[in-house]
Design a protein around this ligand. Structure first.
Ligand code: NAD
Ligand code: LMR
Length: 333
């Protein structure tokens, strides 16, 4: 067993955390040999609920979990952490877009960026889940200048998992046999779920998903729209936003970042754009990435046709607008 690492989960008394904490604490993310000290941050009115979560974690009797630190103080929460799951933020309700949360949520990520900058390890890996996730991650990084920008990411893995699961059903294979579906852009209704580079193992043959489905208009219209609107569909049904699937996606995202991706497989993560694929720089944009030695690189050289290019432009434009609004909100804070 290795020395314990400190991992913080914010919004630890909330819905997503309720599933996520168990996944982390039993070794799904950092591995079966990695002991953990879990820091749980929430706000003062939730301190009582947080105590209940601490009791339940103890009652799980998990061997990797060496200590739990519940707190409402960011200075304690972010102290010496190696990984941060920034979940704590208001979720949207039916009829809202995620960017409607910007004014209320973005200042949380300003404050947490400042706290990460002061207290966290300089190689901390930060995953922003709270919406609007891409722009919150950008803000967080902006206010943590001593931590490399590459260490700030936002979650589009839930969209990737949704897209992959959708295609698996469509071509009638287990989800594991579908790979390289890409989510480009914002975790919003402008995201571009792209199956152009995806393959599915059908029988013993690895086939292009476009060939297997053989219905271009389906893949460029219905499929795109279903994945773009899946979060809203879950809210309409549950009257609450996705939580179990969001926790699983957060676990998948950090697990791949920590352990790397296997050759020939890429995953989608929203990262600070370096201008790849003509995307504007300095917005947090979801790209296909490969990961080695805990460092991601954007997969280069994929063919982006005119249709895809137009989708990338729409989602980039939305992110530029969100960035402008977020910086204005933060400067008044
Ligand atoms: P929730 O309301 O159940 O829990 C949020 C928790 O965050 C609450 O306990 C709240 O007290 C806490 N919180 C609020 N401000 C905080 C602060 N400053 N510091 C620490 N904790 C704070 O919500 P949830 O369902 O867990 O969702 C959390 C966020 O994740 C929402 O913004 C939601 O929209 C987002 N989300 C993102 C994705 C994604 O794919 N990126 C998926 C699902 C949900
Ligand atoms: C999701 O995609 O399920 C989450 O971002 C929650 C939401 O607001 O849709």
């Amino acid at each position: 067993m290795s020395e314990p690492i400190r991992v913080v989960v914010t919004g630890a008394a909330g819905q997503i955390a309720y599933s996520l904490l168990y996944m982390i604490a039993k070794g799904d993310v950092f591995g079966a040999d990695q002991t953990l000290i879990l820091h749980l941050l929430d706000i003062v009115p939730m301190a009582g609920v947080l105590e209940g979560v601490v009791m339940e974690l103890a009652d799980c009797a998990l061997p990797l979990l060496r200590q739990v630190v519940p707190t409402t103080d960011p200075a304690v929460a972010f102290k010496d952490v190696s990984a941060a799951f920034l979940v704590g933020a208001m979720p949207r309700k039916e009829g809202m877009e995620r960017k409607d949360l910007l004014a209320s949520n973005v200042t949380i990520f300003k404050a947490q960026g400042e706290a990460l900058d002061k207290y966290a390890k300089k190689d901390v890996k930060v995953l922003v889940v709270g919406n609007p996730a891409n722009t919150n991650a950008l803000v967080c990084s902006h206010y943590a200048p001593s931590i490399p920008r590459e260490n700030f990411t936002a979650m589009t893995r839930l969209d990737q998992n949704r897209a992959r699961a959708h295609i698996a059903v469509k071509v009638n294979v287990p989800v594991d046999d579908v790979k390289n579906v890409i989510i480009w852009g914002n975790h919003s209704a402008t995201q571009f779920p792209d199956a152009k580079h995806a393959t599915a193992k059908i029988g013993l043959v690895e086939k292009s998903v476009y060939d297997a489905i053989n219905n271009q208009s389906y893949l460029e219209e219905d499929f795109v729209s279903i994945i773009q609107k899946r979060g809203a569909a879950v809210i309409a049904a549950r009257k609450m936003s996705s939580a179990m699937s969001a926790a699983k996606a957060a676990s998948d995202h950090m697990k791949d970042w920590w352990n790397g991706t296997s050759p020939g497989n890429f995953v989608s993560m929203a990262v600070v754009s370096d201008g790849s694929y003509g995307v504007p720089k300095d917005i947090v944009f979801s790209f296909p990435v490969e990961i080695k030695n805990k460092e991601w690189t954007i997969v280069q050289g994929l063919d982006v046709d005119e249709f895809a290019r137009s989708k990338l432009e729409v989602t980039s434009q939305e992110l530029l607008e969100e960035k402008e609004e977020a910086m204005a909100v933060c400067s008044q804070d």
